[in-house]
Design a protein around this ligand. Structure first.
Ligand code: ZN
Length: 198
């Protein structure tokens, strides 16, 4: 990219390091940004910086939020004895969009993947076990139906079984290898309603 100035190259390089942004998209975005009014660029960069500075993990469920506790964990309208385990905050959002789930969540921030060298210690599993020492009735495992998601589900169910807490897995209405966040709400609800005990 020698045909651009150093400044432009630096901007393109930063953008290309983002997921899903190839070299062409990065160049298009870079020129779009350079043509934006300066105030708008300022607003964008401040918003990114502020979000990165203030967003933190919920102390209870570990989703990303603005406070020590997320709105779901804070709410007394939710059933705190039912915990749905999801891989990331986007999956949590997908289930929240259905508006039908009344329990709380636990966000693992990943899934066990021996191939990628991600072990049980690399996701928020210890934190889940700590939560289970409180009054918990059911743990619904809603990890993706990918190999990693299934491995994680089996691992968690084996950990929880001895505690006597009910462990369920969402139904396989969710297509194999499908990311929860891309699945429509009806399918998500059907998967939740059809969950089976492990
Ligand atoms: Zn929370």
């Amino acid at each position: 990219m020698d045909y651009y100035s150093d400044q432009i190259n630096r901007l393109v390089e930063e953008l290309v390091s983002l997921p899903g942004i190839g070299s062409k998209s990065a160049q298009r975005l870079a020129f779009h940004i350079l043509n934006m009014p300066k105030e708008q660029v300022e607003r964008l960069s401040n918003t990114i910086l502020e979000a990165r500075t203030h967003v933190q993990y919920c102390n209870e469920c570990f989703t990303l939020t603005d406070d020590a506790l997320c709105p779901i964990c804070k709410s007394n309208k939710r059933d705190h004895r039912t915990i749905m385990v999801v891989e990331n905050s986007r999956d949590l959002a997908a289930y929240e969009k259905t508006g039908k789930y009344e329990g709380v969540y636990h966000v693992l921030h990943g899934a066990i993947s021996p191939m990628l060298g991600i072990g049980p210690g690399d996701i928020r599993l210890k934190e889940l076990l700590v939560r289970l020492q409180k009054d918990v009735e059911e743990v619904i495992i809603a990890t993706n139906s990918s190999l990693e998601g299934e491995t994680t589900a089996m691992y968690i169910s084996k950990l929880i079984k001895p505690t006597g807490i009910k462990v369920t897995r969402i139904a396989s209405g969710v297509p194999v290898g499908g990311d929860l966040e891309y699945i429509d709400e009806v399918t998500l609800l059907r998967a939740l309603e059809g969950r089976r005990e492990l």
